[in-house]
Ligand binder design. Structure first.
Ligand code: SAH
Length: 372
C-alpha cells in the first residue's frame, strides 16, 4: 500500500527491480540473508564493516573472509548498483557533479560541494521527478522511477570514498575528508519515495558499521509539500532538517509554480512544517527561488514575512538558475535586496543561497541527467 501522500508508481511491464543490496537491509535482515547463503551470521557484520566503514565493495579487499565465500557474498549482497558515466567539476574542483548509470540504464546525478567548514552532498531520490514544477529541469522530463534504498545510499558511500581517497581537492584532515551534510535536493521528490528515503536515512545515520554514522542534524529532506507525508515524517522522530519549497506565499501563484499546491495549499503546508519544527525542535528552511517579475515583488516579501513571523523558520532565497527552454530568469539585484529587506522587516532570518555548479548544470533545478 502506498503511504499517504506517496504517489503510486507503476513499473512498466517487464521492468526489473534494482538488485538487492546490503544497504537495502536492516542489520537483522543482513544476518538472515547471510545465513540463507549458508554462511555464519557474523559475516553480515564483516560485510557491513567493509561497506559502511571502509567503503570497500569489492570482494578482493575482504581479506577477513575466506576467498571461497567472497564471491558468493558479493554476488548476493553487494551487486554493482551503478557506474560513473562522468564527473564534471567547477569552482577549482570544489564542486563535482557525477552522472551515474543504474543497472537498467537509468541515469541520475549527484553533486558534491566542498566549503571551508563543511562538505555537502546533494543526492537524488528518484530518477526524474513527477512534481512538474515549471522552473525545474528535472520536473520537465517527468518521473522515470523511484530509486531503491541502496541506490540512494550508494551515492553517499561513493562520495565518502572519493573524499577519503583525495579525489576532491581542498581536504586537510580535520574532519573535512568526510561528508558533513547530505541534502535530498537532487533529482526527485524524496517524500514521494517515502519508505526508501526513510530507510536510507537509517542507513546514513546508524552508527558504523551498521550504517555510515552521519548526524541526523546534517541531513536535509526537501519537499514540495506533500502534507500527509510531512506528518508521517514528523512522527518518525528524526532530528533531520526539513526544507519546504514554497516559492510563493499565495495559492494563486503557487498553484502554477508548484502544481501539487492545487492539492495541498500554502496554509496546510506551513502548518505541517510548524508541527515538524515543534516535534523535532528544529528550524524549518523555507526555500524560495527568486524569479524575475514572477514572485519577487515587495508585496510578496511582505506577505511571506507575515506568514513566517515568530515561527521557527529560516528563508533560503535561491536566485533562479536557468533551465533549457524556460523564459524565466533570476531577479534583478535591487529586487533581491528589497525582498531580503522585506522579510527582515518582520524579523524573519533570511540568506541568499550561494548557488554552486551553474557552469556544469549542477545547480538547484538543473539536474536533468542526459548522457550528452
Ligand atoms: N523535490 C524537492 C527537492 C528538489 S530541488 C523539492 O522540491 O523540494 C531543491 C530545491 O531547488 C527546491 O526548492 C526546488 O524548488 C529548487 N529549484 C528547482 N529548480 C530551480 C531553479 N531552476 N533555480 C533555483 N532553484 C530551483
Amino acid at each position: 500500500m502506498p503511504a499517504p501522500g506517496e504517489l503510486t508508481f507503476v513499473a512498466p511491464r517487464g521492468a526489473k527491480r534494482p538488485p538487492r543490496h546490503l544497504a537495502d537491509l536492516s542489520p537483522a535482515e543482513r544476518r538472515e540473508a547471510v545465513a540463507a547463503l549458508g554462511e555464519k551470521p557474523f559475516r553480515a557484520k564483516q560485510l557491513s564493516q567493509h561497506y559502511f566503514a571502509r567503503y570497500a565493495d569489492h570482494p578482493d579487499a575482504w581479506t577477513d573472509i575466506p576467498a571461497a565465500a567472497r564471491g558468493r557474498l558479493a554476488g548476493d549482497l553487494l551487486p554493482e548498483l551503478m557506474t560513473v558515466v562522468r564527473h564534471a567539476s567547477c569552482d577549482d574542483g570544489l564542486t563535482r557533479k557525477t552522472l551515474w548509470r543504474l543497472f537498467d540504464g537509468t541515469l541520475v546525478e549527484s553533486v558534491l560541494m566542498r566549503y571551508p567548514d563543511r562538505v555537502t552532498m546533494c543526492i537524488s531520490s528518484q530518477a526524474g521527478c513527477g512534481m512538474n514544477c515549471p522552473f525545474c529541469a528535472t520536473g520537465q522530463a517527468g518521473l522515470d522511477r523511484n530509486l531503491s534504498t541502496a541506490e540512494i545510499v550508494h551515492q553517499i558511500v561513493e562520495g565518502m570514498r572519493a573524499l577519503r581517497d583525495g579525489e576532491v581537492p581542498g581536504g586537510s584532515g580535520e574532519g573535512l575528508d568526510r561528508l558533513s551534510n547530505i541534502v535530498f535536493m537532487g533529482m526527485g521528490e524524496p517524500l514521494a519515495n517515502y519508505r526508501r528515503v526513510m530507510d536510507a536515512i537509517r542507513r546514513l545515520t546508524d552508527p558504523a558499521p551498521d550504517g555510515l554514522g552521519l548526524s541526523q542534524r546534517g541531513i536535509t529532506v526537501s519537499t514540495v509539500g506533500l502534507v500527509p507525508a510531512i506528518h508521517r515524517f514528523t512522527d518518525e522522530g528524526f532530528k533531520c532538517r526539513l526544507a519546504v519549497s514554497l516559492h510563493a506565499p499565495d495559492d494563486e501563484l503557487r498553484d502554477t509554480l508548484v502544481p501539487v499546491n492545487t492539492r495541498w495549499k500554502v496554509r496546510e503546508v506551513l502548518d505541517a512544517a510548524w508541527r515538524y519544527s515543534d516535534v523535532s525542535g528544529r528550524r524549518v528552511s523555507i526555500e524560495y527561488a527568486l524569479i524575475r517579475d514572477i514572485n519577487d515583488q515587495a508585496w510578496r516579501a511582505d506577505r511571506l514575512g507575515r506568514l513566517l513571523k515568530g515561527r521557527r523558520a529560516h528563508v533560503n532565497l535561491i536566485p533562479l538558475n536557468p533551465t533549457p527552454g524556460s523564459k524565466w530568469t533570476a531577479s534583478r539585484p535591487e529586487d533581491e535586496r528589497a525582498f531580503v529587506a522585506g522579510l527582515q522587516a518582520h524579523g524573519v532570518p533570511v540568506t541568499v543561497r550561494d548557488t554552486r555548479g551553474q557552469e556544469i548544470e549542477g545547480a538547484c533545478g538543473q539536474l536533468a541527467a542526459t548522457a550528452r
